[in-house]
Write a protein that binds this ligand. Structure first.
Ligand code: CA2
Length: 144
């Protein structure tokens, strides 16, 4: 079982800026929690972050044949990127959309996800645990 975790723009700032919104946990802390859960469930993890939309598109395209599931926190690109949506649809790998915050309880522009219709499901609003829950959802998707 191989799961590709993709993180979009500004998530490298987690734990360093706006702790009142996003908490004090860093992306490295999140990765460690994901790896811990994945190890227990027997899954391999690749965990990446980029601020570049095109890099996310390339990573999604390259995932075919190498990963069973993609988990993506596309950050702000969630709400803007037709390119990401097209890449997810084109590659056809089961993809799970995640967010730390409950995007539906925030500004209206965050209520719309362009990638949601081409994803298997969404996990939003559980903070760091959204990532851990995504490991469990991925294993479930692979096994069923
Ligand atoms: O809740 C999430 O996980 C989001 O994907 C986070 C994005 C936001 O644009 C989405 O609407 C919801 C923002 C990530 C930026 O992270 C920062 C971390 C620290 C300081 C500033 C931004």
């Amino acid at each position: 079982m191989k799961i590709l975790f993709l993180n979009g723009p500004n998530l490298n700032l987690l734990g360093q800026r706006e702790p009142e919104v996003y908490g004090r946990t860093t992306l490295a802390d999140i990765e460690a929690k994901v790896r811990e859960r994945a190890k227990k469930l027997g899954a391999d993890i690749d965990f990446r972050q980029t601020n570049l939309e095109g890099e996310l598109v390339s990573w999604i395209q390259e995932a075919k044949g190498h990963f069973d599931v993609i988990v993506i926190n596309a950050a702000a690109y969630t709400h803007t990127s037709v390119a990401l949506r097209d890449a997810i649809a084109a590659v056809g790998l089961p993809t799970i959309e995640i967010h730390l915050s409950n995007v539906h309880a925030r500004e209206e522009f965050r209520h719309k996800s362009l990638i949601a219709p081409v994803c298997r499901g969404q996990i939003v609003g559980f903070g760091v645990n959204s990532y851990v829950l995504a490991v469990e959802a991925s294993v479930n998707v692979i096994e069923t």
